[in-house]
Design a protein around this ligand. Structure first.
Ligand SMILES: C[S@@+](CC[C@H](N)C(=O)[O-])C[C@H]1O[C@@H](n2cnc3c(N)ncnc32)[C@H](O)[C@@H]1O
Length: 277
């Protein structure tokens, strides 16, 4: 199980966060995976590590009925939501299991997850490994789950280019404290820059790293801002920050969200590696 600490920093700490994650899709959230998935043969196995409530996995399963899609996450509630959504949609080629990415091999014993023993064509993460307490173990397990010539793809955040505009004192405080809060909760908000190093440490040779790129989601549409403010407001309100800081940040975010020209960045790094036989 995720510790309560890990759960409440951008992971799966609330129904609000889970609902937001259930709306994620292959496009626009992980477009870098599309060419990899398009090239997979029928019968290939794709696994998302830290799939949350399964928005992306269900979308892939529905768009590629000839593939088997596996999703795993440490949060039982997210797995329940993912299973319910797949059942409701009548999608049969997706399976979910609760487990820890740092002990991914334990899931090999779960029915339908045998491919995690070196049989997956694509194993990917999206904003999940940063929340685990042993990133190297998680990436090493992803490598083990991948078959020879299989791909691992990691898209993890790096708050180094976290900015918002226009700034006010509350937004400024949010930008300063939010990554620090993540660190204090056991997450690594600066994981993106370390991915190449970790992928090498996990056993990939330099030549097996096929791509390293920056990715940044920009939020600027008026319709998403109230949800963002509510989600971040909730994380801030339940944090250990001083009451004065909480008030300043929540009010600052509300003021920011009402500006027609306001934007915020959610930066990350994408690393793709292929295991050679
Ligand atoms: C920000 S969410 C991303 C969910 C999903 N990948 C997506 O993009 O919609 C991070 C997810 O990582 C999961 N997580 C955190 N630590 C984990 C671990 N040790 N093993 C598996 N999943 C974990 C959380 O429960 C959460 O669902």
């Amino acid at each position: 199980m995720a510790s309560e600490n890990q759960k409440d920093w951008m992971a799966s700490g609330s129904d609000l966060m889970r609902r937001a994650m259930q709306n994620r899709r292959l496009i626009p959230d992980v477009p870098h995976l599309k060419p990899i998935i398009d090239a997979l043969p029928a019968g290939a196995v794709v696994c998302e590590v830290g799939c949350g409530p399964g928005g992306i996995t269900l979308d892939i399963a529905q768009q590629y009925p000839e593939l088997t899609v596996l999703g795993m996450d440490i949060d039982d509630e997210s797995i329940k939501l993912a299973r319910d959504a797949a059942e409701k949609a009548g999608t049969k080629n997706v399976r979910y299991a609760q487990g820890d990415a740092c002990n991914l091999d334990k899931l090999v014993e779960v029915e339908g997850f045998e491919a995690l023993d070196g049989g997956c064509d694509l194993v990917y993460s999206h904003a999940a490994i940063m929340h685990t307490n042993n990133q190297l173990a998680a990436i090493s397990h992803m490598r083990h789950a991948s078959k020879a010539h299989g791909t691992i793809s990691l898209h993890e955040g790096d708050m180094g280019l976290f900015f918002a505009y226009p700034e006010n004192p509350g937004v400024k405080r949010w930008l300063e404290t939010f990554p620090v809060l993540g660190l204090s909760k056991g997450a690594d908000p600066y994981l993106g820059r370390k991915l190449v190093s970790l992928v090498l440490a996990a056993g990939y040779a330099h030549g097996q790293i096929k791509g390293v790129s920056m990715a940044a989601q920009m939020q600027w549409r008026p319709q998403v801002k109230p949800g963002l403010v509510m989600g971040f407001g909730q994380i801030i309100k339940t944090s250990e920050l001083e009451e004065e800081d909480k008030k300043l940040i929540v009010e600052g975010l509300e003021e920011w969200s009402k500006c027609e020209d306001s934007i915020v960045s959610f930066p990350g790094v994408i690393v793709t590696a292929v295991k050679e036989a």
